[in-house]
Design a protein around this ligand. Structure first.
Ligand code: ADP
Length: 494
C-alpha cells in the first residue's frame, strides 16, 4: 500500500470517528442540534442582511450539520424551523413568492441532507473497514513475528526480518536489515533465489545458517515468492523452514536401519555357518570312515608299524573331533536363535514398513504392502521371519531397479485353517527356467558383488517354520516367492 493511500485512509477514518463521537441517536438530541444550528444560521443571516439578502442560503450549513449529527426527523425539524425563521426575518412581496421559495428550499435542503446521510454511511463503512484492517494487521504482525519470514527489495536487500527468522539465523532482527540476504545465509545468491522461486513451494535444497549464538548451524529450506507489484519495496518474500530436527530424525532413522541391517547380516552369517556345518559334516564323517577302512585294509595286508597306526588313529580322532565341534556349533545355532511365539502375521509384515520405505526411497522403486489384517495368528520367529522377508524384498527391488515402473508387492493372505500365506512379487525379468532348479543353492548369484546366500538363508528360515519357499513365474511377468505360516495350535514346528 502506498503512503498516500494510507494517509487518506487515516484522515477519512479520523473524520468518521469525530462525527460518530458527536452524533446523537435520540429525537431530543436531534431537535437540540436542529434548533442550535438553525438559530446560529438565522443569527448569521441577520448579521449579513445589511450587506445583501441571502434568503435560505445561510441555512444550508445548518441543514448539513443536522443531517451529519442527527436523524431524518431532526432534518425535517431544521427545515421547518428555517422556513419559519426566514419568514419572520424577511418580508416577502406575496404569498406565492413565500410558498415558491419555501418549496424550493425544502427540495434542495432534502437533497443536500440525503447526500449528507450517504456521506455519513460511507464514513461509517470506512471506519469499520479501518478497524478491520487494523485488527488484521495486528493478527498478521503476530503471525509474522513467530514465522520465519524475510522480505527483500528489488536489489535483494533485506527489508523485513521477523523475530522467527532472526532466531533461526542467529542474528538480531534490526541488525539484519538492509543487507544482501547472502550475508545471512552464505551461498544463497541470485541463482539460489531463482531456484527457490521456480520450486513453487519449499525448495528441497538445504541451507546451513552459519551464525547461531550456541554454535549450532540450523539447516533450512527456503521458499521464495515474488510479489507482482514491481514498485513495492518488499519485492520478494522468503519463507524459511527449520529442517534441523527433521534432518536429525532422518539421520537417526538411517542409523537404526543400518544397525538393523548389520544385525540381519550377522544373522545371515549364523545361517551360513549352519549351512556350512551341515555341508562339512558329511565329508568329514566320510573321511573318518575311509581312514578306518584303510586302517583295517592295512591290518589285513600285514603287520603295520606302530607309529603309522598311531598317526592314522590321531588323524581319525581329529576328524571325529572336527565333526563333533561342527555338530555342537549347529546345535548351538539352531537352539540358540529360534524363538517361536504366537504372532500377528499382518503386524509382523507392517512393522517392516519404515525399512521398506527407506529401501523404496533410496531406489525409487514403488513397494506396496497389502495384508489381510483379520485371522492372521501364526506361530513364528518374528526376527527370523522379518529377515527372510527383507531378503526377498531386497532381491525383488534389485530385479526391478533398472525399470522406470519398478514395482514390488508384498501380500499377506489369510487362508483359514490352511494358515497365512505371504508372497513377494515383482515386475522384473523373473527367474529363467534353467535357473529355477538351483536358485536356492548357496553361493549362486548373478549380481556383481552378490554372495548368493540370501535365498538359501531365506529358504532355511522358512523351512525351520515347517513350510516351503516356492518360486513361480506369474502370468504378468516378474518373479513371485511364496510361503505359508501355520496356525499356532496346529503347528508342527519343533
Ligand atoms: P544375491 O542376492 O547375493 O545374488 P540370493 O541368494 O539372494 O543372492 O539370490 C540369488 C540369485 O537369484 C540372484 O543373484 C538373482 O539372480 C536371483 N534372484 C533372486 N531373486 C530374484 C528376483 N526377484 N528376480 C529375479 N532374480 C532373482
Amino acid at each position: 500500500m502506498s503512503p498516500d493511500r494510507g494517509d487518506r485512509r487515516a484522515v477519512t477514518a479520523g473524520f468518521g470517528a469525530l462525527l460518530s463521537r458527536y452524533r446523537t441517536k435520540t429525537w431530543l438530541g436531534g431537535a437540540v442540534v436542529a434548533g442550535l444550528t438553525v438559530s446560529a444560521a438565522m443569527a448569521l443571516r441577520l448579521a449579513l442582511s445589511p450587506v445583501a439578502h441571502f434568503y435560505y442560503l445561510p441555512v444550508m450549513p445548518a441543514i448539513m450539520t443536522t443531517a451529519l449529527l442527527g436523524r431524518r426527523s431532526s432534518v425535517g425539524l431544521a427545515i421547518v424551523l428555517a422556513i419559519i425563521g426566514c419568514e419572520l426575518v424577511v418580508r416577502r412581496d406575496s404569498i406565492a413568492d413565500t410558498l415558491a421559495n419555501a418549496a424550493l428550499f425544502i427540495v434542495v435542503a432534502w437533497a443536500v441532507a440525503e447526500a449528507c446521510f450517504r456521506l455519513r454511511a460511507a464514513l461509517d463503512a470506512a471506519q469499520t473497514m479501518a478497524r478491520d484492517m487494523a485488527r488484521r494487521e495486528l493478527l498478521l504482525d503476530s503471525i509474522l513475528t513467530s514465522t520465519p519470514i524475510i522480505t527483500l527489495d528489488c536489489d535483494g536487500r533485506t527489508r523485513r526480518v521477523t523475530q522467527g527468522a532472526a532466531a533461526l539465523l542467529g542474528v538480531a532482527p534490526n541488525g539484519a536489515l538492509n543487507q544482501p540476504f547472502e550475508t545471512l545465509l552464505p551461498g544463497f545468491g541470485a541463482a539460489a533465489l531463482q531456484a527457490a522461486q521456480r520450486s513453487d513451494g519449499a525448495s528441497r535444497t538445504l541451507w546451513r545458517a552459519s551464525r547461531r549464538p550456541n554454535g549450532d548451524a540450523a539447516l533450512l529450506t527456503v521458499a521464495a515468492h515474488q510479489l507482482p507489484d514491481d514498485a513495492d519495496p518488499e519485492h520478494t518474500v522468503l519463507t524459511l523452514t527449520d529442517q534441523s530436527q527433521a534432518e536429525a530424525a532422518r539421520r537417526r532413522e538411517r542409523e537404526l536401519n543400518d544397525r538393523l541391517s548389520s544385525v540381519w547380516r550377522l544373522n545371515s552369517m549364523g545361517e551360513m555357518a549352519a549351512t556350512l556345518a551341515h555341508e562339512l559334516n558329511q565329508p568329514l564323517s566320510a573321511a573318518a570312515v575311509y581312514l578306518h577302512t584303510g586302517q583295517a585294509d592295512l591290518a589285513r595286508i600285514g603287520p603295520v608299524a606302530q607309529p603309522t597306526l598311531r598317526t592314522l588313529d590321531l588323524a581319525k580322532a581329529q576328524l571325529l573331533r572336527a565333526g563333533d565341534i561342527i555338530r555342537r556349533m549347529r546345535e548351538m545355532i539352531s537352539n540358540g536363535s529360534r524363538a517361536f511365539t504366537e504372532e500377528r502375521a499382518a503386524q509382523m509384515i507392517r512393522d517392516l514398513e519404515p525399512v521398506v520405505a527407506l529401501i523404496g526411497q533410496d531406489t525409487g522403486v514403488v513397494i506396496r504392502i497389502q495384508t489381510d489384517d483379520e485371522d492372521d495368528h501364526v506361530l513364528a520367529d518374528r526376527i527370523q521371519l522379518q529377515q527372510a522377508l527383507t531378503n526377498l524384498i531386497r532381491n525383488a527391488v534389485d530385479a526391478v531397479i533398472d525399470r522406470d515402473d519398478g514395482q514390488v508387492t508384498v501380500t499377506g493372505r489369510a487362508l483359514g485353517a490352511e494358515g497365512y500365506e505371504i508372497s513377494v512379487r515383482d515386475n522384473g525379468p523373473g527367474i529363467a527356467e534353467a535357473q529355477m532348479d538351483h536358485i536356492f543353492h548357496p553361493m549362486i548369484s548373478t549380481k556383481t558383488g552378490g554372495m548368493g546366500l540370501g535365498l538359501s538363508v531365506t529358504r532355511s528360515i522358512v523351512e525351520s517354520h515347517g513350510s516351503a519357499l516356492a518360486v513361480s513365474r506369474p502370468q504378468g511377468g516378474g518373479a513371485c516367492f511364496t510361503f505359508r505360516l501355520s496356525r499356532p495350535t496346529e503347528s508342527e514346528i519343533p
